[in-house]
Write a protein of this length. Structure first.
Length: 255
């Protein structure tokens, strides 16, 4: 009998599995610069993308995942030892599903989850070491991640592998293992304008008066004293008012 705690498909070398790339999609959740610690204390990179359900590219992606899920099921069936184990074998819930709105109505989109650990244990030293997720721009150049923010609404493509897994509790399936992300369009933390909140101009009401800034005062002072203006300038940071676009942890409990 197979040890219930053992993944009978754990001997598969993921690096020998085919690499795939999703169609261009909108990111619904994006923990790709800094990992999420909601499900793993050591961090996990996670991205959820949404694609039009009736698009040919979406159906092709679903077909690919289902093909690999079926292959994993057949492989697990061959490796299980007893009739009881074989009879109990089931397919795990896939890491994609129809998107629903707050009322439970389908939106016409399908969402796909991809993840990878943000750390690994060095076999020689036993130390826990950080992993970085490769991110590229629209021209295929590596992206400088300093000060990079990628929020929901960004347009991306995702490189991934489909790694078979098995547990007696969840069943057999494929992990949609995140390999890299290409950024086509980046949505980040700039503050919304009034239009962004749906406000319209109202005539005859309160109008904020323009105020002199420190820079204005410095310029006036420098003109009066005939001194060279200082080259130093300070930039005030604006607090992002777009909390609705910030990435939120996904319920990556599909597998």
């Amino acid at each position: 009998m197979v040890d219930k705690k053992k993944n009978i498909l754990s001997d598969i070398d993921m690096h020998k599995l085919d690499m795939h790339v999703t169609p261009v999609a909108e990111a619904a959740v994006a923990f790709i610069v800094s990992p999420s610690t909601e499900y793993k204390d050591n961090g996990q990179f996670f991205i959820r993308i949404r694609l039009k359900t009736d698009a040919k590219e979406t159906q092709a992606l679903v077909d690919l995942i289902e093909k690999e899920r079926k292959a994993a099921f057949d492989m697990a069936m061959e490796r299980l030892e007893t009739p009881k184990e074989k009879k109990a074998l089931k397919l795990a819930t896939p890491a994609y599903h129809a998107e629903e709105d707050d009322d439970g109505n389908e939106t016409g989109y399908t969402v796909f989850n991809f993840k990878r650990n943000a750390t690994y244990t060095d076999k020689k030293s036993g130390e826990l070491k950080a992993l970085a997720l490769p991110i590229f721009d629209s021209m295929g150049q590596p992206v400088d991640k300093d000060d990079l923010e990628v929020w929901s609404g960004s347009i991306v493509t995702v490189a991934f592998r489909l790694k078979p897994f098995y547990t007696s509790q969840l069943g057999v399936g494929v992990t949609q293992h995140l390999e890299a992300v290409q950024l086509i369009k980046v949505v980040s933390g700039s503050a919304k304008t009034a239009d962004g909140y749906g406000f319209k101009k109202q005539q005859g009401g309160f109008v904020e008066e323009a105020k002199d800034t420190d820079d204005d005062a410095d310029e006036e002072s420098s003109e009066e004293s005939s001194e060279e203006p200082s080259e130093e300038s300070s930039e005030e940071s604006e607090e992002a008012a777009t909390a609705d676009k910030r990435p939120v942890p996904g319920d990556d409990g599909d597998y």
